[in-house]
Design a protein around this ligand. Sequence first.
Ligand code: DI6
Ligand code: FE
Length: 401
Amino acid sequence: MADWDLLLTNARIATMAAKTPGYGEIEDAALAISGGRIAWIGSREDLPDGDAAKTLSLEGRWLTPALIDCHTHLVFGGDRSGEFEQRLEGASYEDIAKAGGGIMATVRATRGMSADELFAAALPRVQALAAEGVATIEIKSGYGLDVDNEIKMLEVARRLGETSAVDVRTTLLAAHTVPAEYQGKADEYTDLICNDLLPEVAARGLADAVDAYCESIAFTAPQVARVFRKAGELGLPVKLHADQLSDGGGAELAAHFNALSADHLEYTSVSGAKAIAESGAVAVLLPGAFLTLGETQKPPIDELRRQGVPLAVASDCNPGTSPICSLRNAMMLASRLFRLTPLECLAGVTREAARALGLADDRGTLEVGKRADIAAWDIHHPRELSYWIGTPQLAELLLAD
Ligand code: DI6
Ligand code: FE
């Protein structure tokens, strides 16, 4: 007879398991949890005999894997509503960045804040995501752009994970933009990242991955390649902001370095999509940035689908291009703007988001052995999670620990 910590009964389950068709629906289901892991899942009539320390009836509610926001920049100082206004008056994102605004404005605000102040500013964002069913959040640095401030950001991100119920994965994005003090000296700043910052971050275990922004206003492919080679030497996986504003061969570059994911991809070519497919990287779609920038060129969704590239969806929560602290809204936008189906949207914030973080074996689907991070919803069908706009439907978020 099995011993379980918790037995969930009278539930409808969308397992989101890769091998099952559709949502992997199980009607009148039960799910048993032991030691924070799923110990049994299936139809209630097949449930083996067992003793559960606690039993919870879900009263017919739907269970899905807890959501995963696999791309955020939610630790930052200040806001950029002034630039939002300027853009609506005609300035472009690149114009503002070249005039010293854009990312650099947030860098100045972030450098000017203590770790405690940054933590206090970021905590409500983490709580807002958790309130809509998110249990895992990736948080990038990239607004410090020197050794001390990048480390400060990563420490704040780690602390957010330690002090909240949400699991935080951190990503070093020192190659986000060239800081003002290195203007015209991008190679020297790349040296600083490779020689000083990366080794210290790796030695202190502060980052789970390394990201870079490959773009005409940011870093060239050879500079990104140096950062990625160093990350590889230090045993850290990589991911890339690729082809967001122009086709800079970012998808190919990400594929070449076996990146976990290539993110944005608005300007990715057919050959770029093929390269991602062959490498096995996840395409992370960020419709909040597409919306905010008034972008008209969409990621090559049909080509990515044809090539069998896994599609993830994330909020990209940041003060410049995606001031959207809601993964449900990102799902909603992915369906409206990129025509992802509700099934693709839900897979994109569960199974494929886990894969984009290198956590596919650990979470993102409801299967035996996986982490028991489970969202219970007041809905009649899981497609509603992309359909409703701004409608809270989370009944409960059950977390492994
Ligand atoms: N692409 C983005 O959309 C964000 N970073 C990036 O590389 C923008 C970050 C910002 O504007 O503050
Ligand atoms: Fe981003």
